[in-house]
Design a binder for this molecule. Sequence first.
Ligand SMILES: [Zn+2]
Length: 149
Amino acid sequence: MTTDQIIQDITSKDISRIRTGACEIISFSQDKTKVLPLKVYRQLIIDKTNGLDMGGAFAPNKRFVDYALEIIDFHASDKGCPCSLYSDYKYECNNPNRERDKSNISISNVIRIENKWIDYYICKCLKCEQKFQAFEREGHYMWWEWKKV
Ligand SMILES: [Zn+2]
């Protein structure tokens, strides 16, 4: 998706398209060169999504837009390594396997419960070497809680 497509989606006032646009931004949260062109649209995104009822059965869809805006703010204000976005914000869908596939982190171990279910992943940021435990949780959907180690 181009920046234009993302902005068209996220400002469309159509819940499904807003979510698509926001999740696209989230997918490249670690890539400053892709996030920075969105900086000039920050206020537009806020204005166009303000007060919309975005619904969400088990967790509010609004969190996708909120997190996308936090990602833009993070890069715009140069707050250090973006891997802090995994652990320091209220967003729970950063999948360690996908982050590894994008070469953002490495996974050195997977700790299991009773040799079956995944308890947590031991991960390391490939940019700054910060280590994390990413706990895998499952309720109505699967999510991850990242903690800096
Ligand atoms: Zn890092």
